[in-house]
Design a binder for this molecule. Structure first.
Ligand SMILES: [Zn+2]
Ligand SMILES: [Zn+2]
Length: 249
């Protein structure tokens, strides 16, 4: 399984960055986990958007789905003609919010690009040889962490979450933990997110060999974030950049 970070910024993309977007690929399948601002642009460096097999949105914050609107245009106006609708898995309620924004015609166009489905806790999403299990995340309601499996490879993408038992359960047994590390230490506990040190602590209890820090606040010191995570985790720590890629088997 290859994991590529398409967007590593939390909430808004500063220069050269994109909001949440993480691509999982095998030799036959491509699944996009979250699709925030700028993700479609970075996806274009890796593959044609028309070859995505599924898109999953972890929760209804805009930094996780804004580029779904751009992606629908890329699919409907593909150079080879409109692409058959791609499965788009959403938390309950988000489809209605997106349709309200788009209006009647836009909602029809969205349905031409995507076959929209609703994520449920612990109900696996299967796309080709990739399986994604949504776990509840402690963030907004509903929000999901995703456990992704292909062959023997297992990755947990925390999405946005506070540290706690929910994300510990999701992360347990993953080889690679792709964890949000949003909060500068002085903001610890002030929003339902993790600090880099908490992401490190989560990696320690999960048994993962590699921690990838993502969803970093645009003004955070990324080197310092890496140091704080390494203080809590003895394995490999990667501070994600746009297009950071990792092969997992
Ligand atoms: Zn977010
Ligand atoms: Zn969020």
């Amino acid at each position: 399984m290859r994991l590529t970070v398409l967007g590593s910024a939390a909430s808004y993309p500063d220069a050269g960055r994109a909001c949440a977007g993480h691509l999982v690929q095998t030799s036959s399948t491509a699944v996009l986990l979250d699709c925030g601002s700028g993700v479609l642009s970075n996806l274009g460096y890796v593959m044609a958007p028309t070859h995505l097999d599924a898109v999953l949105v972890s929760h209804g914050h805009v930094d996780h789905f804004a580029d779904v609107f751009a992606l629908q245009a890329a699919l409907r106006y593909a150079p080879t003609g409109p692409v058959p609708p791609i499965p788009l898995w959403l938390p309950s309620g988000l489809r209605l919010r997106m349709e309200a924004l788009l209006g009647e015609r836009g909602a029809r166009e969205l349905a031409e690009a995507f076959e929209m489905r609703t994520l449920e806790v612990n109900v696996p999403v299967v796309a080709g040889d990739v399986t994604v299990v949504p776990h509840p995340a402690d963030h907004v309601d509903p929000a999901f962490s995703f456990v992704v499996e292909a062959g023997d490879a297992r990755v947990c993408y925390t999405s946005d979450t506070a540290y706690g038992p929910a994300v510990e359960t999701a992360a347990r047994g993953a080889q690679v933990l792709l964890a949000e590390a949003t909060l500068p230490v002085e903001y610890a506990g002030r929003a339902p997110h993790m600090t880099p040190a908490e992401a490190g602590a989560l990696a320690s209890v999960s048994g993962a060999h590699t921690l990838v820090l993502t969803h970093l606040w645009p003004t955070i010191d990324r080197d310092e974030a890496g140091r704080q995570a390494r203080g809590a985790f003895g394995g490999r720590v990667i501070v994600a950049d746009e297009l950071t890629a990792l092969d997992i088997d």
